[in-house]
Design a binder for this molecule. Structure first.
Ligand SMILES: Nc1ncnc2c1ncn2[C@@H]1O[C@H](COP(=O)(O)OP(=O)(O)O)[C@@H](O)[C@H]1O
Ligand SMILES: N[C@@H](CCC(=O)OP(=O)(O)O)C(=O)O
Length: 398
């Protein structure tokens, strides 16, 4: 068990801001209360300093994905009948449809680089094929310096298809984008030992090492007319992220000075330390959590390239396959004599791959009529059997 206490209260801390962990790629979540402090429309009041933080971070070579709430609030002034707090699901969906384009236009005005809209539902995160497509799009946008702005696709997602709140959505996006930091900006200074809006004496908790029941017991819901989930969903998001090797923090986006301080590496808010190394967390997920949907047999040259040169798996090294796997599924990699070599996430489904066995990457487009990537399994999506600490991947039942 982790010997550290799960939390450090301000009384135990020095009162100085914490050091923001080193990061290269962050998901920044901005709550509705920051977009629409008056409960409706889009305001620049708090977004200007957040936009400056994003711009400066990008200027110094960091990558940012923005998850922005506020579509429902943005649509409010344009819906003739709807009042805050008394909205049916259909009305909310209509508001989101009206507000989403306004939200995008609003953010875009604050940047001099292009922004791109990505709307996701729970289904997109659940189905491997769509997960991989969303991931590839995000990574491509980051590569070309565009700011992806993500929201839930509220106008098409009914309750059972929804993630439901953008805190959890942001954590999913952080995993999807392989971010190393998740910053959740709200209208509150961080996690307190009770909801400060109801308990004025509540104390801020600057650091959390383990998100356990004791921590969850501190969180209440949202009292705002536009927020969803309150502190509970923020803790769920932080727990998801820290489990996957991503540091998370809850900060007050209404305090320009706190946002500014981030650029100097100072964090005022609550920091949730990651509980796993990101590489190990991902490899663990591939080896143990993802069900294996098929097998790929590779030749000796491919085994050498994978294990000695740290290469990705190319189609030229594949001799045959088994199973009806889809793009984004996990498959085992076998060698006729050596047996199981590893496990990874395939960029091509079995139907495509049948046509690609033994071919050169340059021929993929000609053979299929399209090409997702040049590699079949990317190095980052691959775990080898003899790779510590994950020796001995369980093989799938035949
Ligand atoms: N223990 C707690 N510490 C801090 N805030 C809390 C706590 N419990 C509940 N809250 C509430 O959570 C709110 C933030 O959540 P929410 O209204 O959903 O914001 P957002 O729109 O940024 O997601 C705070 O304004 C606060 O009232
Ligand atoms: N997708 C919704 C926001 C849902 C949500 O989680 O809101 P919030 O608690 O303010 O982050 C919208 O754009 O209005």
């Amino acid at each position: 068990m982790d010997p550290r206490p799960s939390l450090t209260s301000t009384t135990e801390s020095s009162g100085l801001p914490l050091a923001l962990p080193e990061w290269k790629r962050a998901v920044i979540k901005v709550g509705s209360a920051l977009v629409a402090p008056d409960g409706k429309g889009c305001s620049t009041q708090y977004l200007l300093s957040l936009a400056r933080f994003i711009t400066e971070s990008k200027r110094t070579g960091k990558e940012v994905v923005l998850v922005s709430s506020g579509a429902v609030a943005a649509g409010m002034p344009l819906h003739p009948r709807v009042k805050a707090g008394r909205r049916s699901l259909i009305e909310k969906q209509a508001l989101a449809a009206i507000g989403q384009s306004m939200l995008m236009a609003h953010w875009s005005r604050l940047f001099d680089f292009p922004c791109a809209q990505i709307l996701l539902t729970h289904d997109d995160l659940l189905h491997r094929k769509r997960f991989v497509n969303a991931k590839n799009t995000l990574l491509e946008l980051l590569k070309i310096g565009v700011l992806p702005i993500v929201n839930e696709n509220d106008s098409v997602a009914v309750e059972e298809l929804k993630v439901g709140d953008n805190d959890n959505l942001a954590a999913h996006v952080a995993v999807l984008a392989e971010a190393d930091l998740l910053l959740i900006f709200s209208d509150i200074d961080g996690l307190f030992d009770a909801d400060p809006r109801k308990h004025p004496g509540a104390v801020l908790i600057p650091e959390v090492h383990r998100i356990d029941e004791e921590i969850f017991a501190l969180a209440g819901g949202s009292v705002s007319s536009v927020g969803t989930g309150g502190m509970i969903t923020k803790l769920q998001a932080a727990a998801k992220a820290s489990d996957r090797g991503i540091h998370a923090a809850i900060l007050n986006g209404t305090r320009g000075e706190s946002v500014e301080a981030l650029l100097r590496g100072h964090l005022t808010g609550t920091l949730f330390h990651r509980t796993a190394n990101p590489r190990t967390a991902k490899k663990h997920w591939i080896s143990h959590a993802l069900p294996c949907q098929g097998r790929i047999w590779v030749d000796q040259g491919a085994v050498r390239a994978l294990s000695r040169e740290g290469a990705s798996l190319l189609p030229s090294g594949i001799s045959r396959l088994e199973g009806t796997f889809q793009r984004g599924d996990a498959v085992e990699i076998h060698h006729e004599e050596r047996g199981l070599v590893g496990k990874g996430i395939t960029q091509y489904g079995a139907a495509d791959l049948e046509k690609l066995c033994g071919c050169k990457s340059a021929d993929i487009r000609g053979l299929l009529g399209y090409a997702y990537t040049d590699v079949i399994i990317h190095r980052n999506d691959l775990v080898l059997c003899d790779e510590p600490p994950l020796e001995g991947i369980a093989t799938a039942p035949r």
